[in-house]
Structures are given as C-alpha cells and as structure tokens.
Write a protein that binds this ligand. Sequence first.
Ligand SMILES: NC(=O)c1ccc[n+]([C@@H]2O[C@H](COP(=O)([O-])OP(=O)(O)OC[C@H]3O[C@@H](n4cnc5c(N)ncnc54)[C@H](O)[C@@H]3O)[C@@H](O)[C@H]2O)c1
Length: 339
Amino acid sequence: MEKIKAGIAGLGRLGRIHAKNLAENIPGVSLIAACSLDESELDYARNILNVTKCYLDFEEMIQEADLDAVAIVTSSGAHCAQLSIALDAGLHVFCEKPLGITVEECLSAEQVVSKNPEQVFLLGFMRRFDPSYVYAKEKIDSGAIGTPYLVKATGVDPLKFIEGGLKFAPTSGGLFIDMAIHDIDLMRWFLNSEPISVYAIGSSFGYPAFTQFDDAEAGSALYKFQNGAMGYVHAGRTAAHGYHIETEIVGTKGSIRISPVPQKNLAILYTDDGVVTECVESFPERFSEAYLNEMRYFVDCIRNGEKPSIHVSDGTRSTQIAFATTQSFRQGILVPIQY
Ligand SMILES: NC(=O)c1ccc[n+]([C@@H]2O[C@H](COP(=O)([O-])OP(=O)(O)OC[C@H]3O[C@@H](n4cnc5c(N)ncnc54)[C@H](O)[C@@H]3O)[C@@H](O)[C@H]2O)c1
C-alpha cells in the first residue's frame, strides 16, 4: 500500500506535536499539507517539517491538497465544521478533543460520521493510549481488582501556567468542560457505565478572578453511575510542583493508582535538599507517548480498514457530562444527566 497522504490543521501547542509525529515518527504516512491561521506557523511546517502544501484556509487545503487523511488540531470551536467538510470530502479524520463546544454540535457530528461509514474517524482521547492507562484497563478487564466501584481522578495544571489559564478563562467554557473532559472519559471507560447524576462545587481562594467568568480556580464533582458505581473528579490550576494527573480505580478486590507521584522519570535525587523526585511539567511531557500511540493507531486503522475503539458518541457523552457538571457547579444543584 502506498503511503497515506496526510494533512494537519492547527500548528499550535498540540498541533506541532501531532505534525512532528506524522512527519517523522510514524511509518506508512507522509505529512504533505498543513493549515494554520498564522503564517509563521506555516513557516515551521515548511522549513522544519518539509511540508510542501501550506494553507491559511482549511477548506482550500481539503479541496486542493489531494489528501487521504487529516488531523484536526484547531481551536475547539472549529472542530465540528472542519470534520464535517473533511469527511464529506472522503477523507479519514483524526479530531482533537473536545468533539464540539455544544451538545448540538456533537450530535450533528455523529450524523456526519455515521453517514460516512467507510472512513476512519478517531477522537483524541489520548489517555486511552498512555501505557499506564492501557495497563490499568487490561487489569480491570481481567478482573484483577474485582468489580470496580469508584474512580477518583485528579487533574491539576502547573501554577506556573496560571496566566494562560486566566487569559483563556473568558472563552474556555470553564474547568469542567476544558480540563475535566479527559477524566470524565476515563471514568466511563474504566467503569463501563454512564453517570446518571452529578453534584459539583468549586473554589477560587488564590485567584478570585476566575469567578467573574462563572469559573473556578479548582473544582470537585461527584458522580453516580447507572451501575451503582461512583466517580470523583478534582480539576485545578495551581499545582505548585508541576503537572499533576493522578487516577485511582477502586474495586471489590483491590485498587489501581496511576501516578500518585507524577514523577518525571525513575530517578531520585539524594542531595542536601533531601530526597527529591522531580515532577512532570506539562501535558506534552506527560503524554508524549500517548500522542504518538494514538496517531499510530489512527494510521493503523486506515491501513487495516479497522473501526477505532473510541467512537464519536464518546465525544458527545463526555461533552454532555461536562455540561451537566458545569450546570451543577453554577447553579449549586444536583443535576440528572440526560442522554
Ligand atoms: N488532548 C489533549 O491533551 C489536548 C491538549 C491541548 C489541547 N487540546 C485541544 O487541541 C486543540 C488545539 O489546542 P492548542 O492548545 O494546540 O491551541 P493553540 O491555540 O495553541 O493552536 C490552535 C491552532 O489552530 C489554528 N486554527 C484555529 N482556528 C483555525 C481555523 N478555523 N482554521 C485553521 N486553523 C485554525 C491556529 O492557527 C493554531 O495553529 C484544542 O481543541 C484543544 O482543546 C487537546
């Protein structure tokens, strides 16, 4: 089979990671086109990644570049319109999370995906491709911890990125939609069930500015699942030690904890500062392997004519749950979750 001709839309913080993987790290695919609203980012694609076809307009790239597949890593509000254009043009599509920024958008994306059943559509819930999360899922499915009945998920951004969080606050949709969506997806995946109600609260002791956007510096949400299991999510933005992503799954016969100490690597320093384990600093560092694995999987699905294990409906469900969580936080009520 000839190499898959791929394009990428979006060359920002995450787009560059996916672009580099497609250009240099995945066999069987060539990155031949790139699109960004920013000409200087296109220079990066031209000069560093040797991408020959560069565009400022997504639709033009899809019509002119003669692509088999495209990775959509643009701002969240552009995802649904772009995936629809690409699928209707006959391309395979990888789309970053979130699927859309409203539930209505997600539902119409589902229709576009189901009307194009021959093409691969993969949503970027990359934690499902992180080796530790894959290992945990295999252990759970093999019965190693009995019946899982509780997932506790923590996701706290580094304090050093707080200015970015404040700048993005007016348009982010709030921390449950923007940040907790990965944890929501993981809870559903590990518990193999859907939440039916949520109660959420938040606080902004260090950075009260978040409250003016109906958002919080930190938030907690408690979920009741259809099968009787429980979920707890803690999302925040002020981890002094680095990027803290931690997940615990508790079952009737045992439990699994993933990165309770979110350490950079296996090295421990013994110095006059004491015994020190450094922390991962950012999502590109923590999930670099997951980003590579998910894009490899996308390419493998295209080559093997396989249906991806993550479905477009996973994007809709997690968005519905994130919106219900935000409603609970903003109104101070327990919210039943409708699907
Ligand atoms: N899975 C994850 O861990 C993860 C992490 C970070 C971001 N994301 C998601 O990835 C997406 C991109 O995030 P980012 O942090 O890289 O954003 P960013 O702001 O750094 O970059 C956005 C890029 O998209 C381009 N763009 C925006 N609108 C466009 C349009 N209409 N047409 C063409 N190009 C357009 C911009 O020019 C820029 O290159 C977001 O949806 C975000 O939620 C996912």
